[in-house]
Design a protein around this ligand. Structure first.
Ligand SMILES: [Mg+2]
Length: 263
């Protein structure tokens, strides 16, 4: 792991600066899938399409599968509690020998254009980002999505101008796998460039443990959002500094903290 700047805990640093009335610009490092984009429809369609393909493969081999297709609500609740795809497959009635094929299929199709177009902006995102931007906060996107996918979406939604920079990957599979170490490495690069050596005025906002662990590794305050692919129950186990319902609530909370410091 790279060497990260050493500081007191974010909370200690925060309160000592509150006491001295310290002022500086806030920098918000924000994850993409979950806080900004709702991927639940795409992931569910991927699951359904994956089952259909495996059913056809089995049929071609003379096997008739007795599948139990989860509803979108059931599927998403399982994803939010981080039930493994293998277990989801098993609970959908896939026999053991077909599960590896199903997992490969899901991985392969989840980034196909016809599925990617099912992603939508989370409610209130435009307003939340504009509020931060108008307050002079620097917004930096840190995502495991492929850089080009993110740029295209931000361009198409008119949100690109609100971000100072985008740290994405060159790996189409990284977002689905949610690699925590890769997230930490990306955040480390972003923090080195944009933190202005004041980690207490930075925030890391995201919807998974990868975001919280990355923020904690870099010693910046973290906010876990429950509007994405993890439940509040699951996120609590990683002890983020705050848990909020969505980006808009997180923005209100960050602005509230900044005003406290400036008062
Ligand atoms: Mg995410």
């Amino acid at each position: 792991m790279k060497g990260y700047p050493a500081f007191d805990s974010p909370r200690q640093k925060w309160s000592s600066q509150q006491a001295s009335g310290y002022k500086s610009t806030m920098t918000v490092f924000c994850d993409f899938d979950g806080p900004i984009v709702d991927v639940s429809q795409r992931y569910y369609s991927t699951y359904r399409q994956g089952l259909k393909t495996i059913e056809a493969i089995a049929q071609s081999q003379g096997d008739r599968l007795d599948l139990v297709r989860l509803t979108q609500g059931q599927f998403w609740e399982m994803k939010r509690d981080r039930i493994a795809d293998r277990e989801i497959a098993s609970q959908s009635g896939l026999p053991e020998q077909y599960i590896p094929v199903f997992l490969r299929q899901v991985q392969e199709i989840v980034n196909q254009p016809n599925l990617l177009e099912q992603d939508t902006l989370q409610p209130g995102v435009r307003w939340a980002l504009s509020r931060l931007h108008s307050r002079g906060a620097k917004l930096v996107l840190v995502t495991l999505r492929h850089q080009s996918q993110v740029k295209e979406i931000l361009h198409n939604t008119g949100l690109a101008k609100l971000f100072a920079d985008i740290y994405g990957t060159r790996d189409r599979h990284a977002a689905y796998q949610n690699y925590a170490q890769l997230k930490t490495d990306l955040l480390a690069e972003a923090v080195a460039k944009y933190s202005q050596s004041d980690l207490s005025r930075c925030w890391m906002v995201g919807d998974t443990e990868a975001d919280i662990l990355a923020g904690q590794a870099l010693k910046i305050p973290t906010i876990g959002l429950t509007c994405g692919i993890r439940s509040a129950w699951y996120l609590q186990q990683f002890h983020p500094d705050k848990i909020q319902a969505d980006l808009l609530s997180a923005v209100q909370s960050m602005i509230g903290c900044a005003e406290l410091v400036s008062a």
